[in-house]
Design a protein around this ligand. Structure first.
Ligand SMILES: NC(=O)c1ccc[n+]([C@@H]2O[C@H](COP(=O)([O-])OP(=O)(O)OC[C@H]3O[C@@H](n4cnc5c(N)ncnc54)[C@H](O)[C@@H]3O)[C@@H](O)[C@H]2O)c1
Length: 366
C-alpha cells in the first residue's frame, strides 16, 4: 500500500473526508501522517477522530519528519495556498496529488513550469468527476462514433451555495470570497467543466467568449457563462453558478452528435441517457453491457447505488496505477489521470475567459 500524508482536509472542510475515505477504499493507499488544519485544535481533533498518530503543526515540519516514509503528499488546503506547497514539495522531490485547481493563475502555473520537471516529478490533479463509470462509458460511446460527428457540447455546474449555504459546514469560507483575475467560481467549478470537456472530446477550444455576473450579496463573481468554439467547428458552452436555487450541485453533461446524443446528470450518476436519429432512446446503467471494465466499478453488484465517493476511489485507484508506472520509469498520466499540462490548459482557458469578459469579445484560446 502506498503511504500518504494529507495537508489540509480537517474536520469541517469540504474535501477532506471524501479524500480520506476514497484514497483508502481499495487498499491501494494508507494515510499515515497529516497536518489537517491551520487551526491547532481542529488538527488535533481530526487526527484523533481518524486515528492518525503522526500529526504535525505545519507541512514543513511534516516533510522534515516523514519524507522518507511517504509515497505521496495530498494537498487539500485552500486553493490560494496550493502554489507555495507545490513549490516546496517538488523542490524536495516529493510526489504530489493535488486537489483541483492546481494553482490560481497563469502567473503561478508559469512559475511552477520553471521548476517542474515532467520526467522526474510526479504531480497529478484530482479531477474526480471523470471517475464516474457512466462518464467513462460516455467517453467510450464518443470514441466509438456511436453519437456520430460531435456538433455541440453543453456542460453546467449550477449550485445554490451563495443563496442557500450547506448547513453542515461554515460556508462560504473567507478564501472563497476573494476574486483574482480568474474568479474563484471558475477555479472552484470551471476547472471541472474544462476537465470534463477535454476528457470527452480530447481537444481544447480555439476560441472563447465569456460573461460574468454577481447576483449575491458577496462582492465576487457568482455566475459565469462561457461559449466555446473548436477549430473543427464543434461548439460548446459552460454555465457555472453559485446563485441557482434548487441546484445542490447540478453537474450536468449534454453532448450532441449527428447520429445521437447523450445526457448525464451527477445526481443520477448510474444512468446515461442516449438518444438516436431513429427516435430510439435508451438508458444505459452500471448493470448494463458496458465497454468499460474494472472490477472496482462493481464493488457491490448493480442495483446497489454507488456515487461520488466511489467515483473518487476509482480515480485514486488510477493514481495508484500511475504511481506503479512512475516507479518503473513509465508514463504516469493516462486517459484517467491528468497532471500539469492539463491543469495549465484549464487555467489558460479560464484566464482567456476573463479577458473576454473584460473586453466583451471573442478571444483566441492560445
Ligand atoms: N474535487 C472536488 O469535488 C472538491 C470539492 C471541494 C473542494 N475542492 C478543492 O479542495 C481544496 C480545499 O477546499 P475545501 O472546500 O475543502 O476548503 P476548506 O476551507 O473547507 O478546508 C481547507 C482545509 O485546509 C486547512 N488548511 C488551510 N491552510 C492550511 C495549511 N497551511 N496547512 C494545513 N492545512 C491547512 C484548513 O484548516 C481546512 O481544514 C480546494 O483547492 C478546492 O478547490 C475540491
Amino acid at each position: 500500500m502506498y503511504k500518504l500524508a494529507f495537508i489540509g482536509g480537517g474536520d469541517g472542510s469540504i474535501a477532506g473526508y471524501p479524500h480520506f475515505i476514497a484514497s483508502q477504499m481499495d487498499r491501494r493507499f494508507e494515510v499515515i501522517a497529516a497536518t489537517f488544519s491551520s487551526n491547532e485544535q481542529t488538527n488535533i481533533d481530526t487526527s484523533k477522530r481518524l486515528n492518525i498518530k503522526n500529526i504535525y503543526k505545519n507541512y514543513k515540519e511534516l516533510i522534515e519528519n516523514e519524507k522518507s516514509n511517504l509515497d505521496a503528499v495530498v494537498i487539500l488546503a485552500p486553493t490560494p495556498v496550493h502554489f507555495e506547497m507545490i513549490q516546496y514539495l517538488l523542490e524536495q522531490n516529493i510526489n504530489v496529488i493535488c486537489e483541483k485547481p492546481l494553482v490560481s493563475s497563469i502567473d503561478e502555473i508559469e512559475k511552477i513550469e520553471k521548476f517542474y520537471d515532467e520526467n522526474n516529478h510526479f504531480l497529478v490533479v484530482t479531477n474526480n468527476y471523470s471517475g464516474y463509470p457512466m462518464v467513462r462509458q460516455l467517453k467510450e460511446e464518443i470514441a466509438q462514433n456511436n453519437l456520430g460527428k460531435i456538433l455541440h457540447i453543453r456542460l453546467k455546474m449550477p449550485q445554490e451555495s451563495f443563496l442557500r449555504p450547506p448547513k453542515s459546514i461554515k460556508y462560504p469560507q473567507p478564501w472563497r470570497l476573494k476574486d483574482d483575475f480568474i474568479p474563484m467560481i471558475s477555479l472552484d467549478l470551471g476547472v471541472h467543466l474544462h476537465h470534463l470537456s477535454y476528457f470527452l472530446l480530447g481537444k481544447e477550444p480555439s476560441k472563447v467568449f465569456a460573461a460574468y455576473d454577481k447576483y449575491s450579496n458577496y462582492d465576487v463573481i457568482d455566475d459565469v457563462n462561457i461559449l466555446l468554439e473548436y477549430s473543427d467547428g464543434v461548439k460548446g458552452n459552460f454555465w457555472l453558478s453559485k446563485t441557482a436555487l434548487g441546484n445542490r450541485n447540478g453537474l450536468h453533461i449534454e453532448i450532441y452528435g449527428d447520429k445521437g446524443s447523450a445526457v448525464w446528470h451527477q445526481e443520477n450518476p448510474e444512468k446515461l441517457q442516449l438518444s438516436y436519429r431513429d427516435g430510439k432512446m435508451i438508458i444505459l446503467d452500471r448493470g448494463g453491457e458496458l465497454d468499460i471494465s474494472n472490477k472496482l466499478y462493481n464493488r457491490m453488484t448493480p442495483g446497489h447505488p454507488s456515487g461520488f465517493i466511489e467515483a473518487f476511489a476509482n480515480l485514486y485507484n488510477d493514481i495508484a496505477n500511475g504511481l506503479d508506472n512512475y516507479k518503473q520509469n513509465k508514463p504516469y498520466t493516462s486517459d484517467y489521470v491528468y497532471g500539469f499540462n492539463h491543469a495549465k490548459n484549464g487555467l489558460k482557458l479560464l484566464h482567456n475567459a476573463s479577458i473576454s469578459n473584460e473586453k466583451k469579445e471573442w478571444i483566441t484560446n492560445k
